[in-house]
Design a protein around this ligand. Structure first.
Ligand code: 3PG
Length: 306
């Protein structure tokens, strides 16, 4: 059995050591394709592997066509919008993710962005504090729960909207439940996004929601750029000089932000929410174990394609 780790953005070395330990203990060969620049490298690397671990790397029909022996692909992370699921199914490839494994890292980055912004970029001028400010967690999944725990430590007033999580499971985190997105956005100075990118969420955060946010509104996006309606966001920025956008995913319209709105946005250079040794180790270990378990026992617990 050959297991490929194909990552355009490499995992920490300690995480690779973990994958190697698990795969070699199972008697499999581990192959690495890290920091590749061209999809042709990926197409060549997948040609003879039985299993593959990826991050946000695109697993397209072209990749799957080249992967003649592939039986399983595991996205070492939460969001699997980079996997072409119908094509995986058509190629008899099981697709999995590793939910929850990198959530704390993403939540910590959301707070790093909020603090850096609240303190004016650490240049010594007077800023603001997070204590007693309201935060709305839009979607209460694994990352949302970590946001709630950290926000509690900061003494924030915490709200969420998530129709898929029952009230009891939200309230035990000390979080208040909103019944609509409109209510959430109206109540919260900070909004932190934690929904997946899919047909329903695409461009779902736009002008009508954002305009409801109170004074000195801050939108924090460590999810996906696709969930933002960028025209609506630009309209809000034009109308409201008190509005800020902090994002781990650079928007398509970033040049306009650079030109017109300096000081009101932060965009990380490269998506780095999950870029910690701990998150890499957790996700890698889970991915490697899921592959071994699938081959040895047929366990499909984290399968995401039909
Ligand atoms: C995820 O969906 O798990 C995160 O967005 C992390 O993505 P990455 O592995 O590309 O950093």
């Amino acid at each position: 059995m050959k297991v490929l780790v194909a990552t355009e953005k490499a995992f920490a070395r300690v995480a690779i050591t973990q994958i190697r330990t698990v795969t070699e203990a199972a008697g499999y060969e581990l192959v690495l394709l890290e920091n590749y620049k061209d999809v042709s490298d990926l197409l060549a690397a997948v040609s003879d592997v039985d299993a593959m671990i990826v991050r946000s790397d695109l697993v397209t029909p072209e990749v799957l066509n080249s992967a003649k022996k592939l039986k399983i692909v595991v996205r070492a992370g939460a969001g699997y919008d980079n996997l072409d699921l119908p094509s995986c199914t058509a190629h008899n490839v099981v697709a999995m993710n590793t939910p929850g494994q990198n959530s704390n890292a993403v939540a910590e980055l959301a707070f790093a962005l909020m603090l850096y912004h609240a303190r004016g970029g650490f240049i010594g001028k007077s800023g603001t504090e997070l204590r007693r400010k309201s935060i709305g967690i839009h979607a209460f999944g694994n990352v949302g729960k970590h946001i709630a725990e950290i926000a509690k430590g900061f003494g924030m007033d915490i709200y969420t909207f998530d129709p898929f999580v029952i009230e009891k499971d939200i309230k035990k985190y000390g979080v208040k439940v909103c019944n609509t997105t409109e209510e959430l956005y109206s109540k919260c100075q900070y909004i932190s996004l934690h929904m997946p990118a899919n047909d329903k969420t695409q461009k779902s955060i736009g002008y009508n929601l954002l305009k409801k946010m109170p004074k000195d509104a801050v939108l924090v996006n460590t999810a996906r750029k696709e969930v933002i309606d960028e025209d609506g966001l630009l309209r809000i920025f034009e109308e409201r000089p008190d509005f800020s956008y902090l994002s781990d995913v650079t928007p398509d319209c970033s040049a306009l932000f650079e030109e017109k709105y300096k000081g009101r946005f932060i965009f990380t250079v490269k998506k780095m929410g999950a870029q910690t040794e701990e998150a890499n180790m957790n996700a890698c270990l889970a991915a490697a174990r899921q592959i071994v378990d699938y081959f040895k026992t047929g366990n499909e617990k984290y399968k995401v394609n039909k």
